[in-house]
Design a protein around this ligand. Sequence first.
Ligand code: ZN
Length: 140
Amino acid sequence: MADIGREQLAGYLDDALGDAETAQVEQALRESEKLRSELKLMMQERDRGEHSLGAIWRRHRLSCPGRDQLRAYLLKAIDDGLRDYIDFHLDTVGCAFCQANLADLKSRHEEPKTRVEKRRRKMFESSAPYLEPPRRKKKP
Ligand SMILES: [Zn+2]
């Protein structure tokens, strides 16, 4: 793993690195917790205006985990390193794109079959009066 210095991290935050170097920094970030906390600090130092970390990170959509990875994250079926990275990506970076993606996956994942069936039954019941011949109600 290449050693990533503060200057390189700064360049990364400034979006001033070439593709290869950017990929190198991102790879290092995935692998090193120390580097992530260093980046976090630098982000906090300069988290204002055009350097707001949300704005910066949106430009780095590349570093977003894939939907498959998010699904695995949700199911807790990933290794610790990747889970930490996604935690970092979601919580520290606060990537709105991935948060939305995760929320979407979650809602699909958490909707139990019974709820779908219930809804289906409800739909049927609400349309049933139109399907059946009208019934006479007994008056009390
Ligand atoms: Zn993201």
